[in-house]
Ligand binder design. Structure first.
Ligand SMILES: Cc1cc2nc3c(=O)[nH]c(=O)nc-3n(C[C@H](O)[C@H](O)[C@H](O)COP(=O)(O)OP(=O)(O)OC[C@H]3O[C@@H](n4cnc5c(N)ncnc54)[C@H](O)[C@@H]3O)c2cc1C
Length: 371
């Protein structure tokens, strides 16, 4: 059996590509090394730009996931002793990855994608057609989408040229908090930040945890020499420390590392990359899931003429690369500018923050530019 498309990785990017391709008549196999449902390090902020797409990807019986999601209509930035407020228009949704990723996986399976878990892709031979080498044997395919995430065995390692580079970690867990505000709160400190937002338990959480209590998700990106556990992160910011004192853990903490920012590369050796496999966008812009869903769909849409035999694979790949750079890449430039601004020495950052505090419209403009 030769597939039209094999997708590596069953996260938002991979399932979005697989569902789009199968709905366009392609024979699709998706390979995932893990098993769903599972917690994932993430702020769980799903930006409004991709909520319509998400609704179309999910099955109608999964619509409760979106209907019951907490809507996040505001953000508070706690930085250098100030609190900057901004509105988020239209509001984002807060959806636990435990529920979101499992729902997308089920939807792919329901639509006719050949879905296989606990299979790790070890290598790829060819530049179209491809032989995909896995822990469960080899598979043949005409086209390949690599949606294996930020740091997989299939991604090239960034060149360090012998330099010592900073190591960054991602950490996350759910906690009980009474009556949390429908806001994403970002607490910045030297060497990292932590986001906190309310999240509703979905059907997967219902099987695993006490779902009656109101909860928040706390997720941090932090330099490894600053903190390696969530309590250590909470201690880095006085307001967060105070807030977290009343929290009770609802899920085991999960962590991930390293976190590195590279330039987006949408196509490699004839393989269409999607989601974090293209490049990792700084989590504080809350756009990683949206970029994953949109790039997965875009990759599959660009492959449709190839599946139908009216376009060669290299041309479909070039079209994807051009669309990606035009429609999705600008967010990487904005987020790296904001990251540089946040990384300024406090003395230089102070006047900038003072402007933002006095003119919320500028903060709103910056938030819009990350969309
Ligand atoms: C601290 C932190 C906070 C974040 N907060 C947010 C947020 O609030 N909002 C937001 O939008 N984004 C956020 N993100 C980013 C977001 O989590 C990612 O952008 C998103 O998960 C990317 O989806 P993906 O499908 O590309 O990759 P993933 O979700 O990582 O999925 C990749 C899948 O591929 C599988 N895989 C890997 N290698 C192989 C292999 N060789 N064979 C088979 N399977 C393989 C993995 O098991 C995984 O399931 C955050 C990230 C971090 C680190």
């Amino acid at each position: 059996m030769i597939y039209d498309l094999i997708v590596v990785g069953g996260g938002p990017a991979g399932t979005s590509a697989a569902i789009t391709a199968v709905r366009n008549g392609a024979r699709v196999l998706i390979l995932e090394r893990g098993i769903f449902p599972r917690h994932k390090v993430c702020g769980e902020f799903v930006s409004a730009e991709s909520l319509d797409l998400l609704a179309r990807l999910l099955l109608s019986q999964q619509s409760r996931l979106l209907q019951e999601a907490v809507r996040i209509a505001g953000a508070r930035f706690y930085i250098d002793g100030r609190v900057l407020h901004t509105t988020i228009i239209p509001p984002a949704a807060s959806i636990a990855r435990l529920d979101l990723d499992a729902a997308l996986w089920d939807s792919a399976q329901h639509d006719g994608v050949d879905t296989r878990q606990r299979i790790t892709v070890q290598g790829v031979v060819g530049m179209g057609p491809f032989r995909v080498i896995t822990t469960s044997g080899d598979f043949e395919t005409r086209a390949l989408v690599n949606a294996s995430g930020r740091w997989s065995n299939l991604s090239p390692r960034p060149a360090t040229n012998g330099r010592r580079t900073e190591k960054w970690l991602g950490l996350k867990a759910h906690f009980v908090e009474n009556a949390p505000q429908a806001s994403v709160d970002l607490y910045f400190f030297e060497g990292g930040y932590c986001g906190v937002q309310p999240v509703n338990p979905g059907t997967q959480s219902a099987g695993q945890e006490n779902t009656r209590q109101q909860r928040v998700n706390a997720s941090a990106m932090v330099r490894a020499d600053v903190a390696s556990t969530l309590p250590q992160v909470f201690a880095c910011h006085p307001a967060l420390h105070e807030r977290s004192r009343k929290w009770q853990p609802l899920s085991d903490p999960v962590s991930t590392s390293p976190l590195t920012f590279l330039n987006p590369e949408p196509v490699r050796n004839g393989i269409l990359m999607a989601g974090d496999a293209v490049a990792f966008v700084d989590p504080f812009v809350g756009d990683g899931i949206s970029l994953a869903l949109r790039s997965g769909r875009l990759a599959a849409e660009c492959l449709v003429p190839f599946f139908r035999g009216v376009m060669p694979l290299p041309e479909a790949a070039r079209a994807y690369s051009a669309f990606y750079r035009q429609r999705l890449a600008p967010v990487f430039r904005t987020s790296s500018r904001i990251r540089r601004m946040m990384g300024l020495p406090p003395l230089l950052r102070k006047p900038l923050l003072s402007v933002l505090e006095k003119t919320p419209s500028v903060t709103e403009y910056l938030v819009r530019k990350t969309r």
